[in-house]
Structure formats: C-alpha cells, structure tokens
Design a protein around this ligand. Structure first.
Ligand code: SF4
Length: 686
C-alpha cells in the first residue's frame, strides 16, 4: 500500500493542539501519527494515545450509519436499527419542532462540549441554537472557574509564550500533570534543565508523573492552594523578595496586599494546607530569588468551590516578584484569548436573542429532572441535540443525569463517533466524522498558533461532520443564517477575513500561523488588560460573576470547600489519567491496557486502618451514592487524600456507574464551574 505523510492538527481537549504528521496508507487508512517538527511549540512530540490514533480511527465499534432506537434505553448497539440519513434528520427536525411548539423554543437544548476543539465543528451548533432561539448553554465543565481566577488579576486570557519555559531558571507546574496530560510542556522543561540547569517545582495534591520528575514537590490538601500562595507572598514581602519598583508601576495596590498578607504567614498556611512551614518557606525563597520563574498554571486546583480564588492567588505571585518582566518569567494559564477571531459566522451571534435562558451544562442532571432553579424557572427541557460530549459519564452527579435521560418524555439525538453511554440513551444516533475526515481550524491554549486542519481521509461509512448535520437540520427547521449555506472551509475562510487574518488562499502552506505577540505585549510590559492597565491584587469579583459575596478582594484561602466531616474524612480528587482524555480513548485497546482497571490510590496508613491491602476491593461513597474500586497503596500524598484517575466507561465498574456518581454539581464561585476535585468521601472494605 502506498504511504504518504499528511499534515493535521490534534483536535482533542488538550491545550497542546499538537501539529501532526500522519502516515496515510492507500488514501483510506492511517498508520503511525507523529508530531510535525516544524511547529515550534509542539516540536514534533505527541502523546502516546494520539500516536496510536489508528486504533481509534479504525476501531471496529466506530458508528457508520444513522440509527433509531427500537429497544431499551441504555442497552447499547443491539437496541438500535439502521435508518437512512433523510429519515433520521427528518425525524430529529420534527421532534425538535414538536418540542418547541409544545413548550416554547427554549424547551430544546442543544448540548455540546469539547470532544473536538475545532471552532467550526465544535461551535457551529450555537448558530442553530441562536437562529432557533433554543436554550443557551453555560460552558462550566472545564474552565469557568479557572477563567474567572485568571481574569481577576490579568484581565485577559493569555500569558507568557510557552516556548519561554526553555529560557526559565525555575518552572513551577501548579495544579497540572503535563507529563501525563500535556506532554509538550515537558519538552520545554527538559530543555531548560539541560541548557540552564533550571529547577522544576510541582504543586499538586499527589505525586503525579510530573511530580516524580520534580526537584521539589509540594502536596497541599485539595482546595488549599490559595493559602499556600498567600503564605509564599507573605514570605516574599517579609524577606525582601517583593519588587517594589515593578509593583508600583504595574499593579493596583501593593501596599494593601502586603498589609492583607501580614497574618497569612507560613504557620497559618501550614495548618490549612497540611504542608510544613519549612516546605512553604523553602519554596517561597526559591521562587523569590529566581527572577526567571515561570508558573505553568494547570486546571486541577481550580476544580473546587474556591477554585477561582485559588487560581487568582497563584497568578499574583509573578506580579509580586516582577517575574513578568523577564524572559522566561511570568505565568501562563491559557492562550485561548490571544487571537481575536470574529466568530459571528460560526456561532451565529448576529441571531442571538439575549432574553433566551442559559442552562448550566454541569447541572444537566438537575435540569433534566426538572429542578426549577436549574431551569431558570422556565419550561422543562423536552429535546436534546448532543454533539461532542458524553454527559452520562462526564457531568457531575451521574445518578441524577441518568434519571434525567431515563425520562420517557425526553427526545434525545446524539451525533457521535461511538455508541457512548449517552448515545445509548438516545432515540436517534447519527454517525460523526473524526478530525481526519473534516476541515476545521484550531487555537491552542498552550501556544500561539492558529492551525488549519484539512480532511485527509474520506468519511468512515456514512459519517457526516457536525457542520454538515447542523446545516441539514437548519434547512429542515427553516433556520436562517448565511453560515448554513457555506462549507466548513468557506466558513473558515470568511472568519479569517472578518478577523483581519490571512484567508485560506493566503494561509501559510503548512497550515500554521504563529500569532505570538511582541515581547512587551506577551509580558504585559505595555500593561495588563484592565482599564487602568495594572495587574489587580484587588479582584473585582462582582464584575466577574453574581456569587461574589464570599470572595474577598485580596487573594486568600476561601473556606467554602467540601472539607469533610467524621462521616466522610477523605478528600477525593477525580484526576485525569494518562491514556484517556475525558471519555475519549477509554475504548482503545492500548489505553485500556495501560490504565488497567478503575483504581483508588489510597495512603498506606489509611488502608491499614481499614484493614485492607494493596489490590483489595474498596467501597467509596458519600450521600450521592457509592461504588467499588480496587485500592492501590500510594504514599505520595497526605493521608486524607484519595485519587481516582480517568473517566472509565460505566461498564468498567461493578455496579455500572463511574466516579462522577460522587462528584457534586454545586456551582463554584463566583460564576459557576464544576468542582470535580472538591469531594469528601468515606472508604469501607467492599
Ligand atoms: S498531547 Fe494533547 S494535543 Fe498533543 S496529541 Fe496528545 S492529546 Fe493531542
């Protein structure tokens, strides 16, 4: 078979958005996937799961035809029979129309998320939503809390170029595990260590694969990173590491911050975090004496009721030392706000009716089970159109989500690549293309490239892209918008022109446009993004979200977390695994082989108290329910912490429901956000 190398972009929910070089075999299949060396952030490196993308692309379980369910909800593929695309789309359009006629257009809820990060195929569903006045969706599963925290201080969602990690003398990976989930960070860390003797500090509640490689690992209790950051700043002020000149020029209230932190000393933080005073002081001194210090801010410590406040506190550190001003210094949370794209055509903002209600995607369980508050006191949701997500496993409070989907009066259409748990509850399932089979354009949270990814394979079976399905439904529903008459590539082309960027015909030949700003802008030397051009030590929480009452202006520990009680003494972190990405890849042979089985990492002292040994079955639970896992003795964390990695398929659990059975859909402060790592639980022998 002839083999050629084609260019693509990883579409998955990962900040790296790696530039790919894909082996194409005979024009229809793929072999090995490698990184494209010329892209200077990802530098030819991809993670193992995408290197073996052929397992997913050519998986025998890929959906290939539209399906109508004729059997029990949740029973899987055998409960469906094939139908034609016309039959399927006609039925979906009719059911959405009926729902809207019966209870108003807001009773239809298009529901999507980040199964692809391509802007056309991911966000085009919003064009249909706005054209039809369907309910809006508040995207809170991942970054609502972290965005809020970052914007409070910096004012815009961008940071120092990730490639500058290689020029840093101290890299602090805070609340992330890039060795497992975002491998490219480690490429630049390795360069800094080799070429500059840089040190790596990891702050994470457990000894992750990244922490294993660190010079220093700090393992605070989940939900206490804000206290650690405050005590570090206390030491920076007290011991003369704070840069008064920088703060006077670039920050809003350094004197107020110093006074506020006077009582947030290492002893105070030690009591909250469970770290020792020596650990806190040692880290503060290391950070304080290293001007080229780069904090790579992860999402982990934001997945907590106080997550925005925690992330805000950490973002203040380089503003105290003035590290922002140095090459290799500063911080990066995400660069998704770097390129200002006009998304009107893609998302149909010109049809948006601001009076339509907004439903919280994390609270889908409450929404579907008729919670009045979750419904915004509006009509029940009676029809769901779902693309790019698997809420039965991904959303918190799984039992409630399951109950919602079990409603006999709810119509569900799922457009998917596989028969996920959510698809199995649908009336109509439509087969979806992968990124290799459609055109799209991709931003990357970790870098500054805007990358074009073209279809390199024909669609599998009868699969159609998200864009094609949305346009076909729009036609049947009578939705009016010019974007419905364009191909994906035409939409991209027009969007680029409207954004003042090179159009498709003038795009770089390799599909990669580096939008890196000049040094002064990247380091905020021409000002931060608030009206006063200053970094804000005083957060304006009321401007960010309505639930601000419990959030102090200055960085602090905000004690609103689920901190347990005698009944639930353990703190559960439902962390990502190396080989799955949310629920993507949790059905590929090599990912399953590497991950083994659903496992709880439990401290050996806790295991001993339970009378359990390594590998024993353990029941873990709280008032939302309980499930059985296998315990693994793990000493790399505090005794109260329990870690369960990976979103396993529900069928991998003895009782058929996964870890989000235990997590809460309480919205984080101040504007919502899922709190996946803020859960107290009990453990018992199973
Ligand atoms: S590291 Fe992230 S962006 Fe890169 S190939 Fe893997 S999943 Fe895709």
């Amino acid at each position: 078979m002839p083999l050629d190398i084609v260019s693509s972009v990883c579409p998955h929910d990962c900040p790296s958005a790696c530039a790919l070089a894909v082996e194409r075999i005979g024009g229809r299949r793929i072999g090995r996937v490698r990184g494209a060396a010329a892209q200077t952030y990802t530098r030819g490196v991809v993670c193992a799961k995408v290197a073996r993308y052929g397992e997913r692309q050519h998986h025998p379980d890929r959906l290939s035809q539209p399906l109508r369910r004729v059997g029990e909800k949740g029973a899987g593929r055998d409960a469906f029979r094939p139908i034609s695309w016309d039959e399927a789309l006609d039925e979906v359009a009719e059911r959405l129309t009926c729902a809207a006629q019966r209870n108003g257009s807001e009773s239809v809820w298009p529901y999507y998320y980040a199964g692809t990060m391509g802007l056309v195929q991911r966000d085009g569903i919003n064009r249909l939503r706005h054209a039809m006045r369907y309910s809006r969706e508040d995207l809170t599963i991942c970054n609502a809390l972290s965005d809020a925290g970052w914007l409070a201080g910096v004012g815009v969602k961008r940071g120092v170029d990730g490639r500058e990690i290689a020029k840093s003398d101290l890299i602090v990976v805070w609340g992330g595990n890039p060795a497992a989930t975002q491998v490219n960070v480690m490429t630049h860390v390795a360069a800094a260590r080799k070429e500059r003797g840089a040190r790596l500090v990891v702050v994470d509640p457990y000894r992750t694969a990244t922490a294993e490689q660190a010079d220093l690992h700090l393992a605070p209790l989940p939900g206490t990173d804000g206290a650690l950051a405050c005590a570090v700043m206390h030491v920076l002020f007290k011991e003369g590491y704070a840069d008064g000149t920088y703060m006077a020029r670039y920050t809003d209230d350094p004197a107020g911050l110093e006074a506020h932190l006077a009582t947030r000393n290492p002893g105070w933080a030690a009591r909250i975090t469970g770290l020792s005073e020596d650990e806190i002081i040692g880290f503060a001194r290391l950070y304080g004496r290293t001007k080229r210090s780069y904090i790579r801010v992860g999402y982990g410590f934001s997945r907590s009721r106080n997550g925005a406040a925690q992330l805000f506190a950490v973002s203040c550190l380089p503003a105290v030392t003035g590290a922002w001003a140095y090459e290799g210094g500063g911080a990066l949370y995400s660069n998704l706000g770097l390129v200002e794209l006009d998304r009107t055509l893609i998302e149909g903002f010109d049809r948006l009716d601001p009076t339509t209600r907004i439903l919280d995607q994390s609270r889908i369980g409450a929404v579907l089970t008729g919670d009045r508050r979750a419904l915004g006191n509006g009509p029940p949701v009676s029809a769901l159109l779902i693309q790019n997500t698997n809420p039965l496993v991904v959303a918190p409070e799984s039992r409630l989500v399951e109950r919602g989907f079990a409603r006999s009066d709810l119509f569900v259409c799922v457009h998917e690549q596989f028969m996920t748990e959510t698809a199995a509850m649908a009336e109509i399932v439509l087969p979806a293309t992968t990124f290799l089979e459609h055109d799209d354009i991709y931003l990357g949270g970790a870098h500054s490239y805007l990358q074009l990814g073209r279809a390199v394979l024909p669609p599998h079976g009868e699969c159609r892209s998200n864009h094609d399905v949305i346009c076909s439904l729009a036609q049947r529903l009578g939705a009016d918008h010019p974007g419905f008459a364009m191909s994906a590539l035409e939409l991209i082309d027009r969007t680029l022109r409207m954004s003042g960027l090179p159009d498709v015909g003038h795009y770089p030949e390799d599909g990669r446009l580096d939008c890196c700003p000049p040094f002064a802008t990247g380091h905020f030397l021409d000002g931060f993004a608030h009206a006063d051009r200053k970094f804000h030590f005083r957060a304006d929480w009321p401007a960010i979200g309505p639930a601000f009452a419990e959030l102090p202006s200055f960085p602090d520990h905000v004690a609103v977390i689920d901190d347990g009680d005698p009944e639930r003494p353990f703190r559960l972190v439902a962390a990502p695994s190396r080989s799955f990405l949310n629920t993507t890849f949790n059905n590929t042979p090599s990912s399953l082989a590497r991950e083994g089985r659903p496992t709880a990492l439990v401290h050996p002292a806790a295991l001993a108290r339970l009378g359990l040994g390594d590998g024993d079955r353990v029941r873990i639970g709280n008032r939302r329910g309980s499930l059985v896992l296998h315990a693994q003795s793990f000493a790399g964390m505090q005794k109260r912490v329990v870690i369960v990695e990976g979103l396993w398929p529900n069928h991998a659990f003895e009782e058929g429901i996964g870890i989000n059975l235990l997590t809460s859909a309480d919205p984080g402060l101040p504007r919502g956000g899922a709190v996946f790592h803020d859960t107290s639980v009990w453990l018992r022998p199973a």
